[in-house]
Design a binder for this molecule. Structure first.
Ligand code: AHR
Length: 550
């Protein structure tokens, strides 16, 4: 993990201008009185300092970092996105209007489909043509549910067009052939007078679609897969000016050897490299809503592991590709509680609390630190599955706390990343650190992936500047017991107006329900004051704030 967050930057030079000296003196003062890294009494706000280099922005925050993953799993597609044209639930050509509206609001840039594991059993020709003629198949990775194939290529592309996002297809390299894959590419993107393009026309779509991003397989590994990837890759051709971009399956969890082997064997034949990494919930409770502070700590500690994984993976990529031609595509991430007590565990349906919102905020602030490699990230998943944005029940739908983070953070999409230095204390939960984990209760890989239980930074932050020149700062205060006062120096820019919103709740496990869908949502806040040249931001415990500075 980049210890920047944890306070190594204490020694950062803060410059010599009167402005800078002020903040420097302030921080030294805090240190002397033990405020910044010393213990603060429970409930007392912790002091922190944030220096934003508004004059040093060079990199763009790729909007694709705010991407999604929607799989034929549980109720993500059926009941979630697709209800069918005859449904009493308001829809456009079978796609729920309320879902489309909600996704447009958060500016979803791209959706990966149809899996996941489902992709490696999916035969795309089952999902084209008149719906009544499509075969019903069995969704084996999804727990053996029936798959009507009513939501296929045309419906997915209609969904993307309604939402205004790009598609990211995932091809079947397990029980699918290279020919089948090649035909899918032709069917969807070729304008010629060819059997596949003509079949598409017969099915109601004259013009080809633009589909740039293609994953070749999902969570496959080993030498055999590398050879398979190399065999499939030439069939991802550019037709009718459709630029294509190929993504092989990369590391899942801690498998760094795989990254090494794949880059060695196929590094010259890929545009991106996929990485999957989930934040599994606490050792003590796997419930999404019924958990204690040690589980809060475990899951957020686990979220910071993403940074360690990225650094290791990027380190290997740097060896093979020092010019950074290959992007890292984190095409599955999120908090996965995998509650064994859930009524239907194979549906992967889970509630979503303030804790999940914090997981999302931490991940975004981590992804933004690796912009020279990370081009895309796709949260798992859009509706009703794992860390969902939206939950549905019949005609009802609710927006989760994670949705609200995507909404608040959308200001960073395509903005210029502004380097910053955050000086803050750490958060830990001592009881969690001494908790003896039972090696029987969960598999060892969980313990290994959780890593050493050290203190985590109490705050994480990102700053960016949009095309209109507005600066946005997002900060997560992870500590569930202490508020934070962040003194912020913006170097190279003056400001006149600050507005902002805050996401917090009375409890760590506050969540929205169909009966009370607004139990947690962002509210406008004005707890930001100018002090001299600096901005002082007051944050309650367990809160996420996004500010707009003009
Ligand atoms: O997102 C759920 C599943 O998790 C995906 O199908 C698979 O790729 C991953 O293991």
């Amino acid at each position: 993990m980049g210890m920047k967050h944890a306070g190594c930057l204490l020694s950062a030079k803060v410059g010599t201008t009167p402005h800078r000296t002020l903040l420097s003196a302030y921080l030294v003062g805090l240190l002397l009185c033990g405020g910044l890294f010393g213990a603060t009494a429970a409930g007392q706000a912790a002091e922190a300092g944030l220096i934003i280099h508004a004059d040093r922005g060079e990199q763009t925050i790729s909007r694709y970092i705010y991407g999604h993953f929607a799989e034929h799993l549980g109720r993500c597609i059926y009941d979630g996105i697709w209800v069918g044209e005859d449904s009493p639930i308001p829809n456009t050509r079978g796609i729920r209007n309320d879902i489309v509206e909600a996704l447009k609001q958060i500016k979803v840039p791209i959706v990966r489909w149809p899996g996941g594991c489902f992709a490696d059993t999916y035969h795309w020709k089952d999902g084209i043509g008149p719906r009544e003629d499509r075969p019903t198949t069995i969704n084996r990775p999804g727990g053996g549910m029936k798959e009507s194939n009513h939501f296929g290529t045309h419906e997915f592309m209609d969904f993307c067009e309604q939402v205004g996002c790009e598609p990211y297809f995932c091809g079947n390299v397990a029980d699918g052939t290279a020919e089948e894959f090649a035909e899918w590419v032709k069917y969807t993107t070729s304008d010629g007078d060819s059997p596949m393009a003509n079949l598409r026309r017969k099915n109601g779509r004259d013009k080809p679609w633009k589909i740039k991003y293609w994953a070749i397989g999902n969570e496959q590994g080993g030498r055999d897969y590398a050879l398979t990837y190399l065999r499939f890759r030439p069939y991802l051709r550019e037709y009718s000016g459709n630029k294509v971009y190929s993504v092989p399956s990369g590391p899942v969890g801690l498998d760094y050897n795989w990254t090494d082997l794949l880059l060695k064997m196929a590094g010259k034949h890929m545009d991106g490299l996929a990485l999957h990494n989930y934040a599994w919930s606490g050792e003590r409770s796997q419930s999404a809503t019924d958990f204690e502070e040690d589980d809060w700590y475990f899951l957020l500690r686990r979220s910071f592991r993403m940074d360690e994984h990225l650094e290791k993976c990027i380190g290997i990529m740097d060896e093979y590709d020092p010019e950074k031609n290959i992007d890292l595509i984190v095409d599955e991430w999120g908090a996965w509680h995998e509650d064994p007590k859930a009524p239907n565990p194979h549906l992967c349906y889970q509630q979503n609390t303030l804790r999940d919102a914090m997981v999302a905020g931490i991940h975004f602030n981590i992804f933004h630190r690796h912009l020279d490699r990370i081009h895309m990230a796709n949260i798992a998943q859009t509706v009703n599955v794992i860390q969902a944005m939206i939950l549905t029940k019949g005609e009802k739908m609710l927006l989760t706390p994670t949705y609200h983070v995507f909404d608040m953070y959308k200001v960073h999409q395509d903005a210029t990343y502004l380097p910053s230095e955050l000086q803050c204390g750490t958060y830990t939960h001592e009881a969690a650190k001494t908790y003896t984990m039972s090696e029987e209760s969960r598999d060892k890989s969980y313990l290994e992936e959780l890593g050493p239980l050290y203190d985590i930074p109490a705050l994480t932050a990102t700053a960016s500047r949009d095309d209109a020149g507005k600066i946005h700062i997002s900060i997560c205060n992870i500590d569930p017991n202490k508020g934070a006062t962040v003194r912020c120096e913006i170097r190279g820019a003056d400001f006149k107006k600050v507005t902002g919103s805050i996401l917090t709740a009375p409890k760590m496990n506050t969540h929205n329900t169909f009966e009370n869908p607004d139990a947690i949502k962002p509210v406008k806040s004005d707890d930001f004051k100018r002090h001299g040249d600096d901005l002082v931001i007051k944050m309650p415990s367990k809160s996420i704030v996004v500010l707009e500075i003009e």
